[in-house]
Design a protein around this ligand. Structure first.
Ligand code: 5AD
Length: 430
């Protein structure tokens, strides 16, 4: 977002650019821009987004140069101090020691971690996840902006506050409104990646493709699409239009539970979308709902395994929060520790590859979600850049965090929080 650091192009090999941040080398795909060594670019999610004028890049690098290393240092010290001792639980000590050496916990050990109740034991579990995050991803925290285009939806998912059965005032942003929201996010606030989301079937795929193409043409950014099941051809059309990421949760890896909460529709259809998207070259953002009625600890373990098998570039696991106008209204929300457990276990199971998101749903469940999540293995956030007047209508669950906060307020709050933790609001995990 606004605090992205310009990268220096060191080498160009066909459509791959070797870039560096203060000497740290990464690679990024370059699909669009004529580049030469010595140029400066913004990159996001492994893609070159735009060229940056040298004077602008040098000025930005000058403000970053000390802060960059200071933040890394604060983060490294906090991570090293925070792992704590698991006390005299020998099984836990052994699991965490092996995880610290990069060994992936097996099923029963993983479920044991999810079942921990002792606060000290949990702290050492979260601390180990945080150490792995710091070791493999340093202090970068990627921050995407999300625009919620429309709350129209053809689905009747029993947990969802904008399902077609739920009484809510519907809206559908016009082309002009979507483009204006994207312009503001990219040009005013400096977001480098945007998630475009809507209920399923809210727009014809051709219209979505038009929007993706037009945003990319006018406002350089990495676009993630999240429009539900658009069909395999729809995925191709959106990729051709320039979308490079797909945000689509599979919601649960348990096919029976999936059918029960999705009006009988099949998990396989959803997985086919995710698999095809990966083949097409999309970055995959996926995960499940934590705490839906009927879900077991084994299901959660399987969910994390499935996210890995689907090549998730980012894990998106968030708590189920009951919505009063849905069939699941009477059920309890999930507990904060369950969410932290899934985030930390995700980090232990995918230490190197995955970005792990602190979801808005988790922020709604707990005021300390961001700090706690980021200290339990997570390294990613989303800010809501939907026009304020529509946000209350995108009521997936009640009282969403940041619903009334302007984009500026969200950015300022996020940057202050990240700096306190020693994190850079950047996307350097390329
Ligand atoms: N609680 C938490 N998350 C929800 N979502 C939908 N309804 C709820 C709810 N009641 C999530 C789904 C979907 C995403 C857009 O919102 O997981 O993938």
């Amino acid at each position: 977002m606004c605090y992205a650091i310009p990268a220096l192009v060191e080498e160009v090999r066909g459509n791959v650019a070797v870039i560096s941040y203060f000497g740290e080398r990464k690679t990024a795909f370059n699909e669009l821009i004529a580049l030469a060594p010595g140029d400066y670019v913004y990159a996001q999610g492994g893609y070159v987004i735009s060229k940056v004028r040298s004077d602008e890049a040098l000025a930005s690098l000058d403000t970053w140069k000390d802060l960059f290393f200071e933040l890394q240092d604060v983060d490294a010290r906090r991570a090293a101090a925070g792992a704590g001792s698991p006390g005299n639980d020998r099984r836990l000590s052994s699991i965490l020691e092996k995880a610290g050496q990069g060994e992936i916990p097996q099923k029963y050990d993983a479920q044991y971690l999810l079942s921990l109740t002792d606060p000290k034991a949990r702290e050492s579990f979260y601390g180990t996840a945080n150490l792995l995050r710091q070791r493999y991803h340093k202090n970068s925290c990627c921050v995407h902006g999300i625009i919620e285009l429309s709350n129209h939806c053809v689905r009747s998912c029993v947990y969802c506050g904008i399902s077609r059965e739920t009484p809510v005032t519907r809206y559908r942003m016009s082309r002009e409104e979507v483009l204006a929201a994207a312009a503001e996010a990219v040009e005013v606030y400096g977001f480098k990646s945007l998630v475009l989301q809507s209920g399923e079937g809210a727009y014809p795929v051709e219209e979505l493709a038009f929007l993706v193409e037009e945003i990319r043409r006018r406002y350089p950014c990495l676009i993630f699409v999240s429009f539900g099941e658009v069909g395999l051809e729809g995925l191709e059309a959106l990729y051709r239009a320039g979308a490079r990421g797909l945000l689509m949760r599979f919601e649960t890896s348990n096919p029976k539970l999936y059918a029960a909460i999705h009006g009988g529709s099949a998990l396989d259809t959803r997985l086919a979308h995710l698999r095809r998207a990966h083949e097409l070259g999309y970055l995959i953002l996926t995960g499940s709902l934590i705490g839906v009625p009927g879900q077991t600890r084994e299901d959660l373990y399987n969910d994390i395994v499935l996210a890995g098998e689907l090549h998730a570039e980012m894990f998106s696991f968030g708590p189920f929060l009951p919505h009063p106008n849905t069939p699941l209204a009477g059920h309890g929300a999930c507990r904060e520790e369950e969410v932290l457990g899934v985030l930390a276990l995700s980090r232990l199971m995918a230490p190197r590859n995955a970005k792990i998101l602190v979801t808005t749903a988790f922020e709604t469940l707990s005021a300390r979600a961001r700090e706690e999540g980021l200290l339990a293995g997570a390294n990613s956030l989303m800010l809501n850049v939907t026009p304020l007047k529509y946000r209350p209508l995108y009521s997936l669950y009640p009282h969403r965090a940041h619903e009334q906060e302007s984009v500026r307020e969200q950015i300022d709050g996020t940057i202050a929080m990240l700096k306190g933790l020693g994190r850079g609001p950047t996307d350097l995990g390329v």
